[in-house]
Design a protein around this ligand. Structure first.
Ligand code: UDP
Length: 344
């Protein structure tokens, strides 16, 4: 098949720092050609990919994240190009709302749209209106169950990780790790409380986006003492992998309907157990008692941190190799592509 992958425009593929969708797109672009497919990637011009890259913007613009004018230029460029090219069998869209909303106005090849966000007050009305107009892929069973009635679901394909790029460490240090977008939904303030109550060191790292600056200054920063509670801010990919690999546990006390949560499989790939609150996809990704602990409240989470020694790091890694490998994800998408192309 000849496949167009349409990434969001704001972050390069692969992402130099924050970015979940862009890792998934990168894995597809690298994983499909060895299976005999030709891939063209529409993404920011400073992306690096095994696919052919076509870009409207020469560089990613994370500082303009979610600004519609950027999205419109990027998607319009991609759609014009796809139509002019005329040779694609399928378009796999990861880029937000424009393609599902307007593809019926155009004579495009079959489209698959992966929903990378959660269903909420802002997004659900969109899917009420456009949920039946394009086949959608969900990234967890939980996410799919949250969708409004009438959605055209093509399948559920879990995200993946290039396991071999993540170091496996069996002998862990003593610190807890909280890593990701620093915001209330990801529960950094609860991770701090869990560290206090267990007397453990907590290392936190991740980007503080504009909309979460107040949260960071009010609920996180005042607790950072550089000793028991450490905040490293945005870190390099190498440091990120090191932090995950050596942590006693990855704490994920989230307060939102996580649609997948790549950070959980990043921890597990390094053999680090995940101790999380039961929200969204968490119980699908973490096998309670086997690769970590899934609890209903902070008391339960704190108690579970004391049981992390029961989890075998090798089992965590093996579970990622089995359930969240790039090969598995690419194969699952390939099967959906074939079905969509055949149903045209
Ligand atoms: N990430 C990162 N640096 C940061 C924050 C996040 O590299 O400062 C990465 C994180 O390791 C993961 C992705 O960005 O690979 C975030 O995806 P996830 O599904 O965990 O969460 P999202 O923020 O998309 O809800």
């Amino acid at each position: 098949m000849r496949i167009a992958q349409l990434a969001p425009p704001w972050i390069a593929v692969p992402p130099p720092g924050y970015g979940g969708t862009e890792w998934v797109v990168q894995q597809l672009c690298d994983g499909l050609p060895p299976r005999g497919h030709e891939v063209v990637l529409y993404a920011a011009g400073d992306s690096h990919t095994a696919a052919e890259l076509r870009a409207y913007f020469p560089r990613a613009m994370p500082e303009l994240m979610q600004r519609t004018s950027i999205d419109v230029c990027h998607v319009r460029f991609a759609l014009d190009d796809i139509l002019a090219d005329g040779g694609f069998d399928l378009v796999h869209d990861h880029s937000g709302f424009l393609v599902p909303a307007f593809h019926r106005c155009l004579d495009l090849p079959p489209v698959l749209h992966t929903i990378h966000c959660s269903f909420n007050a802002e997004t659900t009305p969109f899917y009420v209106r456009f949920g039946g107009e394009v086949p959608y892929n969900a990234i967890s069973e939980y996410q799919r169950a949250q969708g409004p009635p009438g959605m055209d679901w093509a399948g559920v394909v879990y995200n993946a990780i290039a396991v071999e790029e993540w170091p496996f460490v069996a002998e862990k240090d003593d610190y807890l790790l909280a890593f990701g977008r620093v915001c209330e939904a990801k529960g950094f303030h609860l991770a701090i409380e869990a560290a206090r109550r267990t007397g453990r060191r907590l290392i936190m790292a991740g980007v503080v986006q504009e909309q979460s600056a107040d949260y960071f200054h009010e609920r996180v920063e005042p607790h950072v003492d550089g000793e028991q509670i450490v905040f490293e801010g945005e870190v390099s990919l190498a440091r990120k992998r090191e932090l995950f690999a050596h942590a006693h546990a990855y704490v994920f006390p989230i307060a939102w309907p996580e649609p997948f949560g790549l950070v959980m499989i990043e921890a597990l790939a390094t053999g680090t157990p995940v101790v999380a609150l039961r929200q969204g996809s968490v119980p699908e990704v973490v096998t309670d008692g086997r690769t970590g602990f899934v609890r209903d409240d902070l008391n339960g989470l704190v108690a579970a941190i004391g049981r992390v020694g029961e989890i075998d790091p090798r089992v965590c890694r093996a579970e990622v190799e089995r359930r969240f490998s790039v090969e598995r994800m690419v194969g699952d998408y390939e099967a959906i592509y074939r079905r969509l192309v055949a149903r045209r």
